[in-house]
Design a protein around this ligand. Structure first.
Ligand SMILES: [Zn+2]
Length: 333
């Protein structure tokens, strides 16, 4: 965790002798600027390196938990915005955060942050403080050099994706009302607090109240619970997620589209009358989808995420699953 500079006190003492005061005064005149410089350097170093000692993501499943909402990101690396490498996002593809001087992130994250900030401002009467956002690869290397094992390996910082925001102004304190507000409202704007950054994180060095992430897949799927989704909107969700989570586009998307049309018509309430198969991917039984979220009965997003992983694990690709489905009668996969 970031070390915080202690409060500086400036209580003077009445000098007993003028000559002593004069000597001290001269000494201070020499030392104070140097001390000030040291303090300044320390503050800069703290700002640069004092965050995200463990803020790495190396793939696999990341769980983002908010009050009333849990988002499971099954393959966060695929969510790298625009297909750029970590820390290598072209400057032209980054956008400045209008309410935070010098801060920038990917443009979709910035757009979502503006909406988040507007809601926050309505509650607290001021903008969200942003202390860090996008970090280029070069920045990550510099931090690694300065901080060693306490810094993320260059190329693996969450901040290199342009999706992570370090927030202050109270949000950087687990016990504040600002933090509680973010926990309750962040997910409405696709901003999540990763479970690795929670207070009960197994590694206390990763307990980072200030670290929040924009999750592109969540943003494109609308509100956390999409129980009102139609088959058409579910199909659109599926297409986005198949691309983001698995890289399945073109023919692979066409196979997936046909497979789940045949299975459920992309209806997330589809309930097989002769078996306990349920939902868009027709998981058998439906409760298997609980591994992707407790809302598997009502949330098409949860069902799609589970189904994509199922196909990847069992068949490798949607076209392999579709071929298998067509070879069997009655059809199943
Ligand atoms: Zn961070």
């Amino acid at each position: 965790m970031a070390a915080r500079a202690g409060a500086r006190t400036g209580r003077g003492r009445t000098g007993r002798r003028v000559i002593t005061a004069a000597v001290v005064g001269v000494a201070l005149a020499i030392v104070a600027p140097i001390a000030g410089l040291i303090l300044l350097v320390a503050a800069v170093v703290t700002n640069i390196v004092g965050v995200d000692s463990g803020g790495m993501q190396t793939g696999g499943t990341v769980v983002y938990a908010n009050e009333g909402s849990t988002f499971v990101d099954t393959n966060p690396l695929r969510n790298a915005w625009g297909g750029y490498q970590n820390g290598q996002i072209l400057a032209a593809s980054l956008c400045p955060i209008a309410t935070a001087t010098g801060q920038q992130a990917t443009c979709d994250a910035v757009a979502a942050f503006a909406n988040l900030n507007a809601a926050y401002r309505q509650t607290f009467g001021r903008d969200i403080t942003v202390t860090d956002s996008y970090r280029s690869y070069a920045d990550q290397v510099a931090i690694k050099v300065a901080k060693g094992n306490l810094a993320a390996t260059p190329g693996y910082s969450n901040h290199g994706w342009g999706l992570a925001f370090d927030l202050g102004g109270g949000i950087d304190d687990y016990d504040s009302e600002q933090y509680a507000w973010m926990k309750a409202n962040g997910s409405r704007f696709a901003f999540f607090h990763p479970t690795w950054a929670e207070p009960e994180s197994p590694d206390f060095t990763k307990a980072e109240p200030w670290h929040w992430q924009f999750v592109p897949a969540a943003a494109q799927l609308g509100p956390p619970t999409n129980s009102a989704g139609t088959p058409d909107s579910n199909r659109a969700f599926g297409r986005t997620l198949a691309d983001q989570n698995k890289g399945w586009t073109g023919d692979e998307w066409a196979c997936l589209e046909q497979l789940w049309t045949a299975e459920s018509g992309w209806n997330h309430y589809a309930d097989n009358p002769t078996s306990s198969a349920y939902g868009i991917p027709q998981a058998l039984p439906g409760s298997k989808m609980a591994t992707a979220g407790t809302d598997w009965e009502t949330n098409p997003r949860t069902q799609i995420i589970w189904g994509l992983d199922y196909i990847a694990d069992r068949y490798g690709t949607p076209c392999e699953a579709w071929a298998f489905w067509n070879r069997h009668s009655p059809h199943w996969y």
